[in-house]
Design a protein around this ligand. Structure first.
Ligand code: MF3
Ligand code: CO
Length: 257
């Protein structure tokens, strides 16, 4: 069942989304060569505490960290540890927070210090595919219109979308119906309705779309060892334009740093 949110619930999701995006930006700004992924995760935890919220991921299906940190060929769900970031790495940060009973879920990929043009193209295409997907999140369309837009944007650029992991509805739970694939599956998909809240999250590989899960049971990596990027927003379907809920500009003034 797809849960449509009331205006009050949407207002709570705007707050959760604003904090999730603020923390994501803060952690992204904290990234620099020499820092360990554990330092990033601890910093994320301290910023969440500062804003009076909790990680939506820590403890979810026994996930052991505050945020997901995935470096280079790691696609998603990377686990923090002693690994130190190097100049030229790319690091995907996925931040989900719970605040006022609702979850805000968002992600981005940044270069550590700097990166080459091919890596920058991977980041740009992944972010653009997210925005193209979001632009299709309007009443009258179906979930598959989002999927198709993401996939077209990525494949036009000669890159590939990951199929084993998908976007999702989000609300009181991290994962609600419907699934939001980043590729067209064929068949019928749900109609978009005003009040739906979706996490759209393209995972884009430079090479083959194939991925596997490491023996830590979480970290997803590319099979060919080439790099992967991930961008995500939580959005609201409305009667007019889609609204990005993971938007730092909605930060309640009482919570501003
Ligand atoms: N944004 C990711 C997702 O939607 C993060 C989930 S990590 C988990 O799948 F630990 F919560 F599973
Ligand atoms: Co998500």
């Amino acid at each position: 069942m797809i849960i449509l949110k009331t205006e009050d619930e949407v207002q709570s999701m705007r707050e959760a989304g604003a904090i999730a995006n603020t923390v994501l930006r803060e952690v992204a700004a904290f990234v620099e060569p020499g820092k360990s992924t554990l330092e990033l995760d601890e910093f994320a935890g301290s910023r969440m505490a500062f804003y009076g919220c909790k990680s939506a991921f820590l403890g979810y299906r026994d996930y052991p960290c505050n945020i997901c940190i995935s470096v280079n060929d790691e696609v998603v769900h990377g686990i923090a540890g002693p690994r130190r970031l190097l100049f030229g790495d790319i690091v995907s940060l996925d931040v989900g927070v719970r605040y006022g009973g609702f979850v805000g879920d968002n992600a981005l990929t940044v270069a550590v210090g700097g990166c080459g043009v091919e890596d920058q193209a991977l980041l740009d295409v992944t972010e653009r595919s997210l925005m193209q997907g979001i632009s299709q999140a309007v009443v009258g369309n179906r979930v598959c219109d989002i999927s198709r837009a993401v996939q077209a944007c990525v494949e036009e650029s000669g890159m590939t979308v990951v199929k084993e992991f998908v976007g999702h509805g989000v609300g009181r739970s991290v994962h609600e119906e419907p699934q939001v694939p980043n590729f067209y599956e064929g068949g019928k998909s749900p109609k978009l309705k005003s009040g739906m809240t979706l996490a759209i999250e393209p995972m884009v590989n430079m090479g083959s779309p194939k991925v596997e899960v490491l023996s830590d049971r979480w970290t997803v990596v590319t099979r060919d060892g080439l790099r992967s990027a991930h961008f995500e927003h939580t959005i609201l379907v409305t009667d007019s334009e889609p609204e990005i809920l993971t938007c730092h500009e909605n930060m309640p003034s009482t919570l501003k740093a």
